[in-house]
Design a protein around this ligand. Sequence first.
Ligand SMILES: Cc1cc2nc3c(=O)[nH]c(=O)nc-3n(C[C@H](O)[C@H](O)[C@H](O)COP(=O)(O)O)c2cc1C
Length: 259
Amino acid sequence: MNTTLVPAQGDSPAKKGPASPPAEFRPAEREAVYRAIHSRRDVRHFRPEPIPDDALARIIQAAHHGPSVGFMQPWDFILIKDQGVRQQVQALFHQERQAAACFFEEPRRSHYLSLKLEGILEAPVNLCVTCDPTRGEVVLGRNAAPETDVYSTCCAVQNLWLAARSEGIGMGWVSILKLPQLRKILGIPPHIIPVAYLCLGYPVSFEDRPLLETVGWRKRLSLDQLLHFDGWEAGATADSAWEGFQEALESISGAAADQ
Ligand SMILES: Cc1cc2nc3c(=O)[nH]c(=O)nc-3n(C[C@H](O)[C@H](O)[C@H](O)COP(=O)(O)O)c2cc1C
């Protein structure tokens, strides 16, 4: 008699094991998730208090529970407190910020240069999240699109961002850095991709709107102009199958505008 416990289909969940969490979120839990999403901000102004180790551990753990192609988990986390390292990264930021200014015409160039776009030294913790494209041999689901390893790493970063928000911790993403020099400062091996350089700490405030919106740099696009139904071109007008959805969207957009 075959006594192995391998399911016949190979992909059905085991019958026995730890109890699954309830499928439904209670209303307050669901609201908390949306609150984290809508009140998350990119933070550049930090208070000096340190992040408690247990909170930092929870948010890094949240990142590690992000989705990844073929469960590849391509990420590594370089945690940085050292002032000397952060000073080098900030110097790199200043170089690149200045170089990038050339891409804007006046008066936008001066506006760009007036923006605070990093909190590298104020934030008590910096974190570089990297992607290892060589992790795992043949990765399920990645053949057609190798870049899904970087997408997966970004999913981990977003988990971290939302978990941090729920802890009252702010996070700012600094992409104004030349990667070869960043690799050098952090000693990152050539095959590893630095995906995100992040600043973490308690914020001076969580603003209602993105800073770039508040200072008039760019507006949030209207969601209804970004929707396509049943294909890119077909999408300008929805047929009746989408009426209910469109009405629902209008009603929540109206509610958001009233706030
Ligand atoms: C990939 C990525 C790179 C970013 N790089 C920077 C950056 O270098 N400096 C900065 O101030 N903000 C950076 N941001 C933050 C965006 O400016 C910010 O997410 C956007 O303005 C919307 O604001 P919000 O995150 O507060 O909603 C980055 C965000 C992402 C997702």
